[in-house]
Write a protein that binds this ligand. Structure first.
Ligand code: AMP
Ligand code: MG
Length: 329
């Protein structure tokens, strides 16, 4: 599950600009365009075009059993692609869309099996970025978009991150600047009307429960393809990452090239380099910085990245989830 190399060879120049009309015309021709969202950059193709969706999986080297999120311009599009919207789903959509919340709902027949990995449900979301919303309205069609990185690696939060890994393999990056939230969306499914939290992300459990009532966690990590999106080796840098008290971990690894990833302040230790996620101990700022800093550390010649957990509340829970996945070997 390590060191993925996208299997599609570089084939063309990747444009990088903020031109929505050009992005729309490329997508209409079945090309792939990386799109800005508030969470992370997505690798988008027309969701109803099976050939485009197949290319998304090929470019990412993503297994077909890991379904994609369909991005909509607004909640009124649900009627086109979803059979039934449970009451709490509607309340969540009204409150948080556009925003970092994905809803898994019973799908209509028009959504290709490839998008949903053959499941009877489709994951949908309205992303909160003006360029991508404009693009969706112009296309008047949903975009399938997983994060724009090779499968298993850290998600991209800037256009440069996308170009670093997928440059030459996709037609364009729609440049919408750095991502405001920096973590993938929170994913909610339903058992009847009962909400289940499949993935912690840019919307905290507390925010979700304030609208939907108590939400059961369904986060068990697994290598079982029937638990889509809950695969073990996700969001990982190539450099081994150890999670715990960085100063203590540094003592346990003498003579190694070490980098720290700390929440609020640099820890003691013989560091080669390091990053502080938020000097003001703000979990939202930490979320915004997390993937960029992991990439910066991963680019250094380090033996280990030693990272610490955040307090288990608000976005801290989602950040800790990503750090735990990054630490999986
Ligand atoms: P990504 O866009 O890379 O963050 O991944 C999308 C994730 O959405 C998948 O890995 C799944 O966790 C989740 N997902 C998409 N569709 C479904 C579905 N029908 N049922 C459950 N989870 C889904
Ligand atoms: Mg992803």
């Amino acid at each position: 599950m390590r060191n993925f190399i996208a299997i599609m060879p570089p084939s063309h120049q990747t444009l990088c600009k903020d031109d929505v009309a050009e992005a729309a015309s490329l997508l209409r021709r079945g090309e792939l365009v990386a799109i800005p969202t508030e969470t992370v950059y997505g690798l988008a193709g027309l969701a109803l075009n099976e050939a485009a969706v197949a290319r998304i999986f090929a470019v990412k080297n993503r297994p077909h059993f890991d379904p994609l999120i369909a991005h909509l311009a607004d909640a009124s599009w649900l009627d086109r692609y979803v059979r039934h919207v449970p009451e709490p789903a509607l309340a969540l959509a009204r409150r948080f869309w556009p925003g970092p919340l994905t809803l898994v709902l019973p799908r209509q027949e028009n959504i290709p099996d490839l998008v949903t990995s053959g499941l009877d449900t489709v994951a949908v979301r309205v992303p909160d970025h003006p360029l991508t919303l404009q693009l969706l309205r112009e296309l008047d069609a949903p975009l399938a978009a997983p994060s724009a990185n090779p499968f298993g690696y850290i998600s991209p939060t800037t256009p440069q991150h996308v170009l670093d890994q997928l440059g030459g393999r996709i037609a364009m990056v729609l440049d919408g600047g750095p991502c405001r939230v920096g973590l993938e969306s929170s994913i909610i499914g339903f058992d009847g009307d009962k909400p289940l939290l499949y993935r912690l992300g840019g919307l905290s459990r507390e925010q979700i429960e304030a609208v939907a009532g108590p939400v059961e966690m369904s986060l068990h990590q697994s290598s079982d393809p029937r638990a889509p999106g809950q695969l073990l080796n996700h969001y990982a840098p190539r450099t081994p990452l150890l999670l715990g008290d960085p100063a203590l971990l540094a003592w346990e690894h003498p003579g190694r090239r070490l980098g720290y990833l700390a929440f609020q302040a640099p820890p003691d230790g013989p560091w080669m380099t390091g990053r502080v996620l938020s000097a003001s101990a703000d979990p939202e700022e930490a979320a915004r910085n997390l993937f960029r800093m992991l990439r910066e550390l991963d680019a250094q010649p380090l033996d280990y990245i030693l990272a610490e957990r955040l307090p288990d509340q608000g976005l801290g829970l989602a950040i800790n989830d990503r750090l735990e996945r990054a630490a999986q070997r």
